[in-house]
Design a protein around this ligand. Structure first.
Ligand SMILES: Nc1ncnc2c1ncn2[C@@H]1O[C@H](COP(=O)(O)OP(=O)(O)OP(=O)(O)O)[C@@H](O)[C@H]1O
Length: 468
């Protein structure tokens, strides 16, 4: 049998050389091309190889444009996309374009050879790619440690498949962000992403929150309410803290997932929905199953694919990049100059254990942005900021006042006028957004929770604000 033919397309000569050499040593027949056009010419003349590796960023056509042309001319050719930029948008773009694998640069040569062998043995024609989603998400996942790159590749690949995903990880590790990325990069991206935190809603309201109710279904149900399942039709439903769901509701959820249809509480009309469920938990669900607190069959249905988010202390390499991003966001929000971390300050951050994970780091950065004097953040600022990390939500009140006061002082120092009106507006906006997020966008309920009239809330939201 003749050796499988592999083409390597990369404008970087050294990458071409080392990869081609390693593949040849493993017994493959390898050709290298320094740009997409040469590879396409060769395809015309010699027909397709058995496998092709391509870089993404190259002069002329990039790897994704090449991938598109290859898919038109040789749909069955498996393509491995290589890139130094492993974020979810890149990995999802590659898989959406029909890539078979995504190889993060720099890579280990043994891994690349193993990947070639695996791809050659399993390759099958790929399905029609769905249309591309919007680019450059604002809430992009940050990280370039190996654990995160592995995660980004998994998200990019899974986004295309209609499978249920279970996201596990400690509190504040980014589980919701992962769910949003899975949705955003999926063929469902133009349809709703609906989130429900099972732990945040009283058990007796959860059923109607999920499945809706008809008017008069129970005391207090004056009007028909459309549940989250219906709201998410065609899109994705994120069920956070799934381990906290009461057992009877687990039974109902299981049935709905199996049948794809349900009745609203007190309803007779059978509702059919097409929803991709992404569940998340910080708990050990197997442990809950063993204790009889979680249904094993529901676990199996939700856990078709599992994504584990590593705690921040297992990926300290990401701390600097995350901190930079949060400090920049805070500076922008406060309208203050950007503060940078001094080296000793960064070292202190890297050494911290981060029990609250990325959320804790985010809070610390916001506090530093508000409180640290000067443009460079010193180690001493950190001792204070880390020591003051609020363990309980109640403490957030104090931090908030300190931030507000710092903001006001910064504004006054810059000679800003009309501070009160400006602060009032931000204050209102923060409260309204929190309340609307809490009620899933329902204005009447949000107004009631804030102790405002609905009209007042609408007026404060202003004409420019989109209705959610
Ligand atoms: N990799 C990341 N890149 C950028 N921001 C992140 C990342 N991970 C988490 N965050 C930020 O940290 C905060 C917590 O993330 P998220 O709410 O997704 O965590 P979670 O695991 O769902 O938390 P919980 O279990 O408490 O609900 C958010 O503000 C989120 O934007």
């Amino acid at each position: 049998m003749s050796a499988a033919r592999i083409w390597v397309v990369d404008d970087d000569r050294s990458v071409r050389f080392v990869l081609a050499t390693a593949l040849r040593e493993a017994g493959y027949a390898v050709d290298g091309f320094e740009n997409a056009a040469d590879a396409l010419d060769a395809l015309e003349q010699r027909g397709a190889p058995d496998l092709l590796f391509t870089d993404v960023r190259m002069p002329g056509d990039g790897g994704l444009a090449l991938l598109e042309k290859l898919k038109a001319r040789a749909p069955a050719l498996p393509v491995v996309v290589m890139s130094a930029y492993t974020d979810v948008a890149s990995t999802a773009g590659a898989f959406r374009g029909g890539a078979q694998e995504f190889l993060s640069k720099p890579f280990d040569l043994d891994d690349a050879v193993a990947l070639a062998a695996r791809t050659l043995s399993t390759s099958a024609p790929v399905a029609e790619p769905p249309p591309a989603a919007d680019a450059a998400p604002a809430d992009a996942l940050i990280g370039d440690t190996p654990a995160m790159l592995t995660l980004f590749r998994a998200i990019g690949r899974l986004a295309q498949a209609p499978l249920s995903v279970l996201v596990t990880g400690e509190t504040g590790t980014g589980k919701e962000l992962v769910a949003r990325a899975l949705h955003r990069e999926s063929p469902r991206a133009q349809r709703p992403f609906v989130a429900l935190n099972t732990a945040a809603i009283p058990a007796e309201l959860l059923e109607s929150e999920l499945f809706g109710h008809e008017a008069g279904a129970f005391t207090g149900a004056q009007r028909r309410h459309v549940g989250r399942f219906e709201q998410a039709d065609g899109g994705s439903l994120f069920l956070d803290e799934i381990g906290d769901m009461p057992l009877p509701l687990q039974t109902r959820l299981l049935r709905v997932l199996a049948e794809g249809e349900f009745f609203r509480v007190g309803g007779r009309e059978l509702i059919r929905v097409d929803v991709r469920v992404i569940a998340a938990t910080h708990q050990d669900l197997e442990g809950l199953v063993a204790q009889g607190r979680f249904r094993a069959d529901l676990l199996h249905r939700l856990d078709v694919v599992r994504l584990r988010l590593p705690p921040l202390r297992e990926r300290r390499g990401d701390v600097a990049q995350l901190a930079e991003r949060f400090l920049a966001a805070a500076a922008q929000r406060f309208g203050t100059p950007l503060k940078r971390l001094s080296k000793p300050a960064l070292e202190r951050l890297m050494a911290h254990d981060w029990p609250g994970n990325v959320r804790e780091l985010e809070n610390v950065c916001w506090r530093l942005a508000a409180l640290a004097p000067g443009d460079a953040i010193a180690r001493e600022d950190l001792d204070q900021a880390l020591g003051a990390e609020p363990a309980r939500a109640a403490d957030a009140g104090e931090a908030w006042e300190a931030l507000l006061s710092a903001w006001a002082r910064a504004q006054l120092a810059e000679g800003r006028a009309n501070l009160h009106a400006d602060a009032r507006e931000r204050f209102d906006r923060a409260l309204l957004e929190a309340a609307l997020a809490h009620t899933g966008g329902r204005r009447t309920e949000a107004a009631a929770r804030l102790g405002l009239g609905r009209n007042t809330l609408t007026r404060k939201l202003g004409p420019g604000r989109k209705r959610r």
